[in-house]
Design a protein around this ligand. Structure first.
Ligand code: ADP
Length: 161
């Protein structure tokens, strides 16, 4: 049974991500959620340690899922953990262009690794970490989109602003 790597910035992890991890856990023997350390193109709210901690805590009900931080090429970390698949979540068709570009690039870099894209569950189709952070920063109720621990972390980050 294959091992999958589920990479992302997870800033912070939310219900859309958790749903994809749960579904990937049913498809693969082991799923390694890889939290990208310092993506240059994104402004992050949480440190790598915080993002890993939140992901570990919210995925602990999945015994075959583990969470690690990583740097560098995604396909390199995939090789290191023995993954033959990369899992990505697809929301709107607007995600497709970027995800296809990423998948083709990773395929060129590592022909032995395939990208498996899972379509989001309808209730999370419009959810992104950036929207979640924005609603939280403005004091909106985000409890339907993130587990209590993540809601609390977002509230704390708002208080320390
Ligand atoms: P974002 O900042 O957009 O939430 P990440 O880089 O943390 O994204 O995303 C990691 C992976 O999770 C990506 O494949 C992304 O498409 C996917 N993802 C993000 N949000 C959702 C969602 N609401 N439903 C399904 N997949 C999602």
């Amino acid at each position: 049974m294959p091992i999958a790597l589920y990479p992302g910035s997870f800033d912070p992890i939310h219900s859309g991500h958790i749903d994809i991890a749960e579904r990937a856990a049913r498809l693969f023997e082991r799923v390694v959620v890889a939290v990208y350390d310092s993506p240059s193109s994104k402004r992050l709210l949480f440190s790598t340690e915080q993002r890993v901690e939140l992901a570990r805590a919210t995925l602990q009900h999945l015994p075959t899922v583990e969470v690690i931080p990583y740097r560098g090429l995604t396909v390199e970390i995939a090789h290191q953990v023995g993954a033959t698949a990369l899992v990505r979540g697809l929301r709107a068709t607007s995600d497709y262009e970027y995800e296809a570009q990423l998948a083709l690039t990773n395929k060129a870099l590592a022909p032995d690794i395939d990208t498996v894209m899972l379509i989001t569950s309808l209730k999370y189709a419009y959810l992104s970490a950036s929207i979640l952070k924005e609603v939280a920063a403005l004091g909106g109720d985000i409890s339907r989109w993130a587990p209590p621990l993540v809601v609390e972390a977002l509230l704390n980050s708002r208080r320390s602003d």
